[in-house]
Design a protein around this ligand. Structure first.
Ligand code: 4AD
Length: 573
């Protein structure tokens, strides 16, 4: 007589074999795993724990275990049934796919020749045969009817496949994001129906150019709107295919183009300064260093100093250049690499500078709103957006300090070493603002959001600002901090989007600036030379393109406003 061992404490139904060394865990499973006709001739020995002796189970335990075994058997049968059905389905699909390989479609040579076109250029080709290539953006498959929304980067096109066209191997294996070429007649959609562009392609011939996987690897399984932010970041290359991300990037392109047109109208010339530099602009703390042929070099923080050197050569200049900031800021408005739009203007006053910044921004926004494609993206991403009213509010630094105090907006107190002072519970001590304080990001944003319009905040204390900033004229005998001809443009929801200033034109004053900031003037010889050979009053500014775009397109973070964002710890993809 065969003997099966069951140990309730250390046995295992899944891994056990019913032997003394490898007992099962439950009597039910032991009975289930014995063939039906040998159950009565099998001896079952059970123990509740490793310390107990093996013994025959009680009658009632055996009765209950037989019931459990029946339940397990039912489960097994159901699973086998399901597996069978699945297998049949797989085989059916295999057969169907084999059959589909026999369906060969060819282009009807007697039809008029198709014109190859991008989706954006289709309207004048209505009623004609066209050939369009793109990616499957949306897909709905019905019996002998396949609806496609095709995307080619210039727009979206609705297309319909019918009859034999839906029976080929390519049709049966078509998935989202496959690249295809569709040929057919472009027809205006009937009254009451809508489609992108107002027309639809009735396909008469098509082919897959690059297939995309289905099942677990399908595009919609890798990414959807609920995906975790870190997955979205890793899969940014796929996120870019979506309507929102591509809309933001399309708007970004229109924005840069509109800025360029605006600068052209103001006779400001574009230059392309280097990224690899050996001088800092905004202080050593945020420099990315790299070895450079045995020397030390940095990734540029700002092209300002180079733009200044262009003034006597080219007149007013601007650049669109990547700037790099090695700051450990994980906020929604900081990137480690960002696109910096900077301009520098000669023979101006501080007032001229602020008026120019305002004009460039407003004229650029007007151009975008007059451009149907850009305007429709703005409406889609930021419904109800209106160009800001001019003139922008101007608020002196000292006025802002008063405003913050009147509105009860405090900041964290710091000790002499710059450490936040905390109470016994570990909460930061909050104090009123005073002249000389750096207005922190949080306070600045609160103020901007309450005021709700663009604000030029100007005249910051020299101590808080870079070495190159021109000081405001002061009355003889005046005491207190020295203010500078500097301005930040603050926008609701985003905060600072522009930082600018008049620059020190006087050589002596510049040397004082180097000294105050502890900068060795030697590597700056070329910058100093500007003051030696025909110095002039001049000023300029830098605009963070991603921040501007976040404001314009109402994006939560600047990370959405650049192709492949970089922030602390992230340089992939
Ligand atoms: O205020 P910032 O540091 O000014 C300068 O670099 C000047 N040298 C520019 C000039 O006068 N030519 O930076 C200017 C702008 C900010 O207002 C902000 O919009 C953007 O650059 N910016 C950043 N954007 C994204 N991520 C960061 N880490 C940024 N740091 C500055």
């Amino acid at each position: 007589m065969a003997t099966i061992y069951i140990d309730a404490s250390s046995g295992s139904d899944a891994a056990g074999r019913g032997t003394l060394d490898q007992p099962y865990q439950t009597l039910g499973y032991a009975i289930f795993s014995t063939s039906t006709d040998s159950v009565d001739s099998t001896k079952y020995l059970f123990r509740a724990s490793a310390e107990a002796e093996y013994d025959a189970p009680t009658q009632s335990a055996t009765k209950k275990a037989k019931k459990d075994a029946q339940g397990l058997e039912k489960k097994r049968q159901k699973a086998a049934q399901e597996e069978k059905q699945l297998q049949e389905k797989r085989e059916k699909r295999e057969r169907m796919l084999e059959e589909s390989k026999k369906v060969i479609i060819t282009e009807d040579e007697s039809l008029p020749k198709a014109t190859k076109a991008k989706i954006v250029k289709l309207e004048p080709l209505r009623g004609q045969r066209v050939r369009v290539s793109g990616w499957i953006h949306r897909l709905r498959i019905q019996q002998e009817l396949t609806f496609i929304v095709l995307r080619d980067g210039t727009g979206y096109l609705q297309a319909v496949l019918t009859g034999q066209l839906t029976k080929t191997y390519d049709a049966k294996t078509l998935e989202l994001e496959a690249a295809v070429e569709l040929t057919g007649t472009l027809q205006v959609v009937p009254e009451g129906k809508t489609a992108p562009g107002g027309h639809e392609l009735t396909v008469d011939f098509w082919r897959t150019l690059g297939s995309a996987p289905g099942a677990e690897d399908a595009f919609s399984n890798r990414l959807n709107e609920q995906s975790d932010p870190s997955i979205m970041a890793d899969l940014r290359h796929l996120v870019l295919r979506g309507e929102t991300a591509s809309g933001v990037l399309r708007l970004r392109a229109a924005l840069l183009s509109a800025f360029r047109t605006t600068y052209e109208a103001h006779n400001v010339l574009e230059v392309t300064p280097p990224c690899l530099v050996q001088t800092s602009v905004e202080g050593g703390a945020t420099l990315f260093q790299l070895p450079y042929y045995g020397q030390e070099a940095y990734l540029t923080q700002s092209s300002q100093l180079y733009l200044e050197t262009c003034l006597p050569s080219l007149g007013d200049v601007f650049c669109v250049q990547e700037s790099f900031r090695a700051e450990n800021s994980h906020t929604r408005r900081h990137l480690s690499e960002y696109t910096h739009l900077e301009a520098e203007l000669a023979f101006i006053t501080f007032n001229d500078l602020m008026s120019h910044i305002e004009a460039v921004i407003c004229e650029t926004v007007d151009k975008l709103l007059a451009n149907p494609i850009a305007a429709s993206i703005i409406q889609q991403l930021n419904p109800g957006f209106k160009a800001p009213a001019r003139p922008f509010k101007r608020m002196a630094y000292a006025e802002a300090i008063n405003w913050l105090n009147e509105h009860g907006i405090k900041h964290e107190a710091e000790d002499a070493g710059g450490n936040v002072i905390k109470d016994e519970q570990g909460n930061a001590k909050m104090v009123e603002h005073a002249i000389g304080d750096d207005i922190a990001e949080a306070a600045e944003r609160q103020m901007t959001d309450i005021i709700g319009t663009p604000i030029f905040l100007y005249g910051f204390p020299a101590e808080l600002k870079a070495f190159y900033m021109k000081k405001m004229p002061r009355e003889k005998g005046a005491t207190g901090p020295i203010f500078t001809e500097s301005c930040d443009l603050l926008m609701p929801n985003v905060g600072e989007i522009v930082g600018g200033s008049m620059r020190i034109a006087d050589m002596e004053e510049l040397f004082e600036g180097y000294k105050r900031e502890g900068i060795d003037p030697k590597p700056y010889y070329w910058y100093t030379d500007q003051r030696k050979y025909g110095t002039c009053e001049h000023g300029g500014y830098g605009l963070g393109v991603e921040r501007f775009l976040a404001w314009l397109a109402n994006r939560y973070t600047v990370r959405e406003c650049t192709l492949y964002p970089r922030w602390p710890g992230r340089a992939t993809p």
